[in-house]
Design a protein around this ligand. Sequence first.
Ligand SMILES: CC(C)(COP(=O)(O)OP(=O)(O)OC[C@H]1O[C@@H](n2cnc3c(N)ncnc32)[C@H](O)[C@@H]1OP(=O)(O)O)[C@@H](O)C(=O)NCCC(=O)NCCS
Length: 435
Amino acid sequence: MILKEKLASQLPEWRERVKKLIKESGEVKVGEVTVSQVYGGMRDVRGLVTDISYVDPNEGIRLRGYTIPELLEKLPVAPGAKIPLVGGLYYLLLIGEIPSLEEAMEIENEWKARWGIPPYVFDVLKSMPPDTHPMTLLSMGILAMQRESIFTRRYLQGMRKDDYWEPMLEDSLNLTARLPALAAFIYNLKYKAGSLLSPDPKLEGAANFAHMMGIPQDEFIELTRLYLIIHSDHESGNASAHATHLVASTLSDIYYATSAAIDALAGPLHGLANQESLAWLLKVYNKFGHVPTKEELAQFAVDTLNAGQVIPGYGHAVLRKTDPRFTALMEFGKQWFPDDDIFGLATRVYDVIPDVLRQQGKAKDPWPNVDAISGSILYHFGIKEFDFYTVMFGISRALGVSANTVWARALGQPIERPKSLTTTMLEQIVEKQAA
Ligand SMILES: CC(C)(COP(=O)(O)OP(=O)(O)OC[C@H]1O[C@@H](n2cnc3c(N)ncnc32)[C@H](O)[C@@H]1OP(=O)(O)O)[C@@H](O)C(=O)NCCC(=O)NCCS
């Protein structure tokens, strides 16, 4: 398999580079930690490393050095399509090079060969009460497959540490191959009375997801590709990526670690913001009964802020400009369905809200993040079950976190174990420095 060969050929140089850095410069300081950071969710503490993505405050995400527009331009596209193949993105995340169309298709074909979900997984999910949250079902489905882990089997048989990455890659390919079908199964189980279309072996991953969701139109296939590409990775400090890294650092396999990522993503402060944002847009639309004028919208936003609520989808912990993932989705909508009311409202909100937030003067970043628009686009395609949106985010995020986990294994990253202090100790540190 080309992935394995390419990864194996990069490892000696990478291992040497990291070993040398630690050996020769291990004591060099990369930052400081303040009391407010200790109490404040470790915001901006430099304590993690990944070479797969980096979020620049002004440019947004770069995956393997490429911005979102560059990725959309450079990654290989299937004949007749416009948005690149997700297989090509996964190749890039893992290998760090833009693949050829053949290389991207090789990943797609690997996924095709691996997408059979064991039937007991469906039985587990079917046995759950109908009101179970789809994120719970996704996390359970992933965890149920843990018994399939090749890493865990090989570890128990005895394996050299240098070889850990290889079964981790196998597991990652198996899991990422199955996730779109698992997500479509959950959608149909919860919202479509359990009907499920079987995967079509003629189709690549995104097209198959669209087919199994019962939305086989070309524009939804393209949207699926775009959605899976742009949500895949966002550095390693965000909650889902960090949860994966922490769990996998114990030598847990990718099933345990990805299930943890999904659990983190299920929180309102992380993956749920897209549905909150759409709910806000619908509230605006229903209040006016039409797409409001800019003046009406500005007044509604001021009322939202005066009521002590946030404008969902706006602001970001790291970004200080419009999120390029927002822009990519906005351009997609403008191309495919410029006249859709809710999508149109999301774009009008973009014209109005940054000024309103700037006038209020609190938010450090008045610009939209990806969540400000992604819900309106799924809504256009008839996916009106808000709880499902984060499931789609999750199957995309699994691409990034699994690529990171393969590399963490390859570079022998150890178990994570930051040090905690007591409040008294922090007070003593403060006193000592003041003296
Ligand atoms: C994303 C978010 C959580 C970042 O939080 P943060 O890093 O603490 O943001 P800031 O440092 O800019 O916050 C400073 C102040 O501005 C406020 N603020 C930030 N974004 C705001 C928004 N969209 N609407 C109203 N107020 C906002 C904060 O609530 C905070 O107010 P406070 O001082 O009264 O607590 C925040 O911008 C937010 O809540 N946005 C809306 C929800 C959302 O879109 N979440 C998805 C994130 S990907």
